[in-house]
Design a protein around this ligand. Sequence first.
Ligand SMILES: O=C(O)c1ccccc1NCC(=O)[C@H](O)[C@H](O)COP(=O)(O)O
Length: 229
Amino acid sequence: MHRTRIKICGLTREEDVAAAVAAGADAIGFVFYPKSPRYVTPQRAAELIAALPPFVTAVGLFVNASAEEVAEIVRVAPVGLLQFHGDETAGQCALAAAAANRPFVRAFRVKPSTTGTELLEYDAHSRASSSLFNGVLLDTFVDAYGGAGKVFDWSVIPKELAHRAVLSGGLSVQNATGAVAQVRPWAVDVSSGVEAAKGIKDAGLIAQFIAAVRAGDATPGNGVQVRTD
Ligand SMILES: O=C(O)c1ccccc1NCC(=O)[C@H](O)[C@H](O)COP(=O)(O)O
């Protein structure tokens, strides 16, 4: 059975990091976008990363930062993976990832007009641009870039992309089981759906969200999914 990987994004507090780890999260995200209500300074992120046990990945989220800025932030806050969530081109992502010497995921912000072909081309183009490219994260298009708690129409995701993509955008305790059962993503990413307030996570919601993802994993037809390309 495939075990959907789970990232909890937008953490700012020790107790939320502890709750995510205790509940079984595979990754936690730090937002290095100063305009976000979930922004953390690199120094603060470094303190939170220092408390992480092995095999829980710290992810640094960036919006239109320069390669130099990304490298400097990663020097202070040793995240294991970068998430580019703005309007960065594939080339800009590749340059920043090389400067920081980290793999990266690249967000595609899905609009109502987005087609499956566009998603496949985005994935292929990103892969061709850098050996540090680690996958596509699918989120809902919003002007504020992300973390808005809005769902997009999952039926646009081609099956051959879903099994290696990260699904995000408005996931919650209520819809996570159905999302995993329908899309069969490699991983899911949530922020708003497990929050008491922006940047303040709710330990109960984190545990319930992870249980809901596991219920989706347990629905029939969930074979082992491996990347073949
Ligand atoms: O969290 C933010 O404030 C944020 C700001 C700018 C770009 C991305 C941001 N967050 C991304 C995420 O938390 C997730 O990757 C994704 O958008 C899902 O968020 P949500 O819909 O709130 O679950």
